[in-house]
Design a protein around this ligand. Structure first.
Ligand code: PLP
Length: 390
């Protein structure tokens, strides 16, 4: 395990490096891709070995007998998150964007609205709108450098057409680990407005020391009849290309409805992803994640210190995730001028804040999951790009 190793991912058909020329006009030969949320690290050896066993066997037929996978997921959730999962409650989707889309299809109708607490993960908007549903954006309140929920304001914004709420916990892009009281607030809000709650907890394993992620199912067992839990091994272990996600539904009625929708769309798991996820959810995988989080915490500290040395830029203190959310409003610069500096001068690709919805306009999101030397290089480049502000 050497997170400092620089792995050349160029020319491997990877999104992060091999599309930045087309998307940002930046050459992968000297740019730093700090946008899409995958890591420039190899997964733990146990995942690699699982794939090697498959490759050495050399027969790639249909996947069956998912009992080991279910057991591994239950083990992980109990050991890492204090959450007892019924193995029968688990569905495997083709990732969690797919999981989100399936939930929207299952429990809403065209014209219904789906509630998002913004700014939030951009793909939610895409999926909801492409399905002909409306997004109801409820803005998170920014108190100093921390996002907070504002149920009183949100109650007044509801129109009655909302049928579902998608919670991002921990929060991407704000890096918040929601407290038990906040999660209870979400549950009460959902009950008041008759909403199904889909809790996307894909970032639940990347939580920094001093913080504790509480699964929604643990915090609010009283809403199990309206709760759908989503998590994945892919973000945690950097195997997003495996495209597997866990949708976990305790309630039997909801479970039946979801199973029917999956069947209607012919969705079944991918053998490679299933074997990788099963291997990852293990004691060896757990040890690897502990080391990863420690390493990412080091990256986060270096990045935050560098950013705070630039007048007008402020990085939100991350409680979870490796995605730094940088408030650029203090520079007073237009988006065009910011991007001229960040992209043309520093040669860094980021995610644009406005794609995360209302409240994100003045922000850029930087992915910190790369070798430390590249984070130091990013800081040096950014300091040079904004040197005139010093
Ligand atoms: C909150 C959230 N959900 C889902 C995803 C992507 O999920 P998948 O790759 O399983 O479709 C991401 C990726 O960054 C994310 O941040």
């Amino acid at each position: 395990m050497n997170f400092d190793e620089k792995i050349d991912r160029r020319g491997t058909y990877c999104s992060k490096w091999d599309t930045i020329e087309a998307l940002y006009g930046l050459s992968p030969d000297d740019a730093l891709p700090m946008w899409v949320a995958d890591m420039d690290f190899r997964p733990p050896a146990c995942v690699q070995q699982a794939l090697e066993r498959m490759i050495n066997h050399g027969v790639y037929g249909y996947y069956g007998d998912d009992s080991a996978n279910r057991e591994a997921i239950c083990w992980w959730m109990a050991n890492r998150h204090g959450w007892e999962v019924d193995p029968r409650a688990i569905f495997t989707t083709n990732g969690l964007v797919n999981g989100t889309a399936l939930c929207v299809e299952t429990w809403t109708e065209p014209g219904d609205a789906v509630v998002l607490m913004t700014p939030v993960y951009h793909a939610f908007f895409r999926v909801i709108r492409a399905a002909g549903r409306e997004v109801r954006e409820l803005p998170l309140a920014l108190h100093d450098t921390r996002y907070e929920m504002d149920f009183t304001a949100w109650d007044a914004m509801m129109t009655g057409s909302e049928k579902m709420l998608i919670l991002c916990s921990p929060h991407n892009p704000g890096g918040r680990v929601w407290t038990e009281a906040e999660l209870r607030g979400v549950a009460d809000f959902a009950k008041r407005h008759g909403l199904i709650v889909v809790s996307d907890e894909i970032h639940h394993d990347i939580v920094y020391p001093g913080q504790k992620h509480i699964p929604m199912a643990v915090a609010t067992p009283d809403i199990s009849d309206r709760l759908v839990m989503m998590s994945a091994s892919t973000k945690t272990f950097n195997i997003a290309g495996a495209h597997v996600g866990n949708v976990i539904i305790a309630d039997e009625k909801l479970r039946k409805q979801f199973a029917t929708r999956m069947q209607a769309l012919g969705i079944s798991p991918n053998a490679f992803g299933m074997q990788m996820a099963t291997a990852a959810y293990s004691p060896e995988g757990a040890q690897w994640v502990d080391n990863l989080v420690q390493y990412l915490e080091g990256n986060r500290k270096i990045f935050d210190a560098g950013i705070s040395s630039i007048p007008g830029l402020r990085s939100m203190p991350l409680e979870a995730t490796y995605l730094a959310w940088v408030d650029c409003s203090g520079t007073g610069m237009s988006q065009q001028e910011l991007l001229r500096r960040v992209e043309k001068h520093a040669r860094i690709a980021t995610n644009y804040g406005h794609t995360f919805g209302k409240g994100g306009e003045d922000f850029l999101r930087f992915n910190l999951a790369m070798p430390r030397a590249m984070i130091e290089e990013a800081v040096t480049r950014l300091q040079a790009a904004f040197a005139d502000l010093q």
